[in-house]
Design a protein around this ligand. Structure first.
Ligand SMILES: Nc1ncnc2c1ncn2[C@@H]1O[C@H](COP(=O)(O)OP(=O)(O)OP(=O)(O)O)[C@@H](O)[C@H]1O
Ligand SMILES: [Mg+2]
Length: 244
């Protein structure tokens, strides 16, 4: 029982629709786990249940030994789980610096300390120089960086990235991949990456978990997942699975 995150038999229903059905997975400290699956497979719902945005109907979620199944999002964040959003949720009418300071205020009440931490993370995420810009005026790629910086400002041990690279150009995607690698290497975080771009998620992940229709259909190392018949049929098809 050394896992940082343990999701045990998580089920989440929306009326008659079962968005997550009996999902079990674990993430070890410092591990990068790819979470993949077709549209509507339940990836974001699982992030919502882990981060306290929603609560699972059945099952248990533990983080760093604590039962977080029924905790609110603020408590879970304070324990060390941070996330970004599939549809970016930067505070558009606030500056870039203030956005990241909001994250830092989760750990300190001192404005000067929050500012120092936020500036350091803007440097780290490549947003230095954008401090006074209103978040609404950033490019999509920079908004996604900003969300990552704000999430990091809460000083997490686990970072949940929900399609942090979708909609980006190949160059922007490469920069985002580099950022994820540095978060892992330099900050030592465990990271769960939801992403549809297989060329990104496969090389990045130590382990991949596949959801389909709310159920976990496979789990393993990327090189095994791309050869898994069930996964190829449900999701990968010919575009990535063939010939590997
Ligand atoms: N708040 C909600 N109310 C009702 N149904 C929902 C809600 N959130 C998600 N769903 C449904 O639950 C299922 C899983 O959705 P979810 O957003 O978790 O999928 P996903 O794997 O993240 O998909 P995508 O790759 O398109 O982002 C879908 O059928 C979706 O329509
Ligand atoms: Mg989603």
């Amino acid at each position: 029982m050394t896992a940082l995150l343990e999701v045990d038999g998580c089920t989440k229903r929306f009326g008659g629709l079962v968005a997550n059905h009996d999902v079990t997975l674990a993430i070890e400290p410092g591990e990068i786990v790819g979470l993949i699956g077709p549209n509507g497979a339940g990836k974001t719902t699982l992030f919502n249940c882990i981060s306290g945005r929603l609560h699972a109907d059945e099952g248990r979620i533990r983080f760093a030994g604590a039962d977080i199944t029924r905790l609110g999002a603020d408590r879970i964040c304070h324990l060390g789980v941070a996330r970004t959003w599939q549809i970016v949720r930067a505070f558009g009418r606030m500056t870039v610096l203030d956005n990241v300071m909001c994250g830092a205020f989760g750990r300190t009440n001192r404005t000067s300390e929050a500012r120092v931490r936020a500036r350091r993370l803007l440097d780290f995420t490549g947003l230095a120089g954008h401090e006074p810009v209103l978040a609404a005026n950033l490019t999509l790629a920079d908004k996604k960086r900003l969300e990552i910086a704000r999430a990091l400002a809460t000083q997490p041990r686990l970072l949940l990235l929900d399609e942090a690279m979708s909609g980006l150009t190949p160059l922007e995607t490469a920069a985002a991949v580099d950022l994820v690698r540095r978060i892992h290497a330099e900050l030592g975080l465990a990271i769960c990456v939801v992403e549809h771009v297989m060329e990104v998620v496969m090389p990045l992940s130590h382990r991949v978990v596949v959801l389909d229709h709310g159920e976990k259909i496979a789990e393993g190392e990327p090189r095994d997942i791309v050869r898994n018949e069930l996964v190829i049929r449900a999701y990968l098809g010919d575009r990535y699975g063939a010939g590997r």
